[in-house]
Design a protein around this ligand. Structure first.
Ligand SMILES: [Zn+2]
Length: 249
């Protein structure tokens, strides 16, 4: 019962935070402020009121259109809100009310912004990953999940490995992916960071091969890798310790 309450609170908080992550996804790539001005319709410019900003529900009630000008609102908004709510609830269930849960929520939020910006623009802004690396390292001094030494090794090993992969793939992977992986290493430590990379590469390969097989993706066509790395990071957040124990770590 306690767990159900915790999951309900976490999912509501996640949906509200998800609205803010949407703002980050849409404003960070162009260098805009994420705190000012308040949200407005990107088409007619009308400032949105509280009733337009209820996570997921506003989108459903307004049937995906702006209340003022009727323009279509991207499905990405409710998806990000829903995904953040689900992720926070899952973290609360796995880690309970703890510092470890907070640690995972910070990383999970950064991963959602990184994946969203990569899908929209093909780039992951340094304004997400560079502060993320620093925050991950600082949190390692307080987290029961990872030590500062593991965090520092995570930055070097995960970032370094991606750098080598980027050189080998000759542009298949970019600097954004390198910094994203270094950030995950900072939060997760090198072992769970490498697990996240492995899962991300596996997911990316499966989707890439399926895309080529069904003709949706041409051979050699670039595909953003960030969302798969982020998905690997989320699996690591929720089940990394369990998966590594299966491997004998
Ligand atoms: Zn509008």
């Amino acid at each position: 019962m306690v767990m159900a309450h915790l999951a309900a609170i976490a999912s509501s908080a996640g949906a509200v935070l998800g609205s803010f992550l949407n703002v980050c996804i849409h404003r960070l790539p162009s260098g805009q402020s994420i705190v000012w001005p308040p949200s407005s319709c990107t088409s007619c410019g009308t400032r949105l009121k509280a009733g337009d900003l209820v996570p997921v529900l506003s989108y459903l009630v307004l049937r995906g259109r702006c209340r003022y000008c009727g323009v279509h609102i991207s499905i990405q908004y409710p998806i990000v809100e829903l995904a953040t709510g689900i992720l926070y609830a899952a973290i609360a269930c796995v880690h309970g009310p703890s510092l470890a849960a907070l640690h995972c929520i910070v990383l999970g939020s950064l991963l959602i912004v990184a994946a969203g910006t990569d899908i929209n623009t093909g780039l992951i802004p340094d304004r997400v990953t560079l502060p993320g690396i620093v925050i991950g390292f600082i949190l390692s001094f307080f987290s029961p999940e990872v030590t500062p030494a593991q965090s520092a090794m995570g930055i070097l090993i995960c970032g370094g490995l991606l750098y080598l992969l980027a050189v080998a793939s000759r542009g298949g992977m970019g600097g954004g992916d390198i910094k994203l992986m270094a950030m995950m290493g900072a939060f997760l430590g090198w072992a769970q960071g490498l697990l996240a990379l492995f899962i991300g590469a596996l997911l990316g390969s499966v989707v890439g091969i399926a895309g080529i097989a069904t003709g949706r993706l041409k051979r050699g066509q670039p595909m953003p890798f960030g969302p798969y790395l982020a998905a690997g990071g989320m699996v690591s957040i929720l089940a990394g310790r369990f998966l590594l124990s299966l491997l004998g770590f």
